[in-house]
Ligand binder design. Structure first.
Ligand SMILES: Nc1ncnc2c1ncn2[C@@H]1O[C@H](COP(=O)(O)OP(=O)(O)OP(=O)(O)O)[C@@H](O)[C@H]1O
Ligand SMILES: [Mg+2]
Length: 185
């Protein structure tokens, strides 16, 4: 009886409202993976992490889009990120942190790097895919497709500066209800 009471107290804030622990699956899931851009397997490792956790969380219908998004974002760090001067250590690997977060109805994917230069997020497409018809490939640029693909797959794409102005994180949000509807159609 005493044990039960102390358990209850441990999960209760001073106002009496239950605390939301991120370890309680009812409140969502959170996973992070640190990678290094020089590791030839880093994109695959991020993809595999995303795939296996989403399967475990019962979100198999989000796996394909989420894997492609994290691949593009980690690939961008590998190809474009140059660590800020005070973070650059000669000979050291460039650090990448991949984040995967799930709240009811939402999935968040974030990729952090040590370069505070923002990504060049496409402002929008000049012509709709419907109007372009069969010529869509010809209208797309040869480069700079990665974030366009991420924007197409995600419900929102943005970036945030890192702590104390160092580095940044590029984020994508997927609305799970929309994904489920598309998947089940
Ligand atoms: N993590 C990043 N750090 C610094 N710059 C970035 C980062 N991600 C993207 N960028 C910038 O944004 C631009 C657009 O990225 P995007 O992924 O759309 O195209 P790309 O990587 O150049 O080509 P593609 O993805 O088609 O191979 C990049 O060319 C780069 O200048
Ligand atoms: Mg890219």
């Amino acid at each position: 009886m005493e044990v039960q009471q102390s358990k209850h107290t441990a999960n209760t804030s001073t106002t009496g409202a239950p605390r939301r622990s991120m370890h309680d699956p009812a409140n969502g899931h959170f996973r992070a993976l640190t990678l290094y851009a020089e590791d030839p397997d880093c994109v695959k490792a991020a993809r595999d992490m995303v795939g296996s956790y989403l399967q475990n969380w019962g979100l198999a219908y989000a796996v394909d889009d989420a894997r492609l998004i994290v691949s593009e974002l980690v690939g961008n760090v590998v190809h474009h990120a140059v660590p800020d001067d005070h973070l650059a250590t000669p000979g050291a690997g460039r650090r990448i942190d991949a984040w995967l977060m799930n709240w009811p109805g939402l999935l968040g994917i974030g990729v952090s790097d040590e370069d505070s230069t923002p990504p060049d997020l496409p402002a929008g497409e000049f012509i709709s895919p419907e109007l372009a018809g069969d010529f869509i490939e010809a209208l797309l640029p040869d480069r700079g497709r990665g974030l366009l693909i991420v924007q197409r797959l995600a419900d929102a794409v943005w970036w945030s500066p890192g702590l104390k102005g160092s580095g940044k994180t590029v984020w994508a949000r997927l609305d799970l209800d929309r994904l489920w509807v598309e998947y089940s159609a």
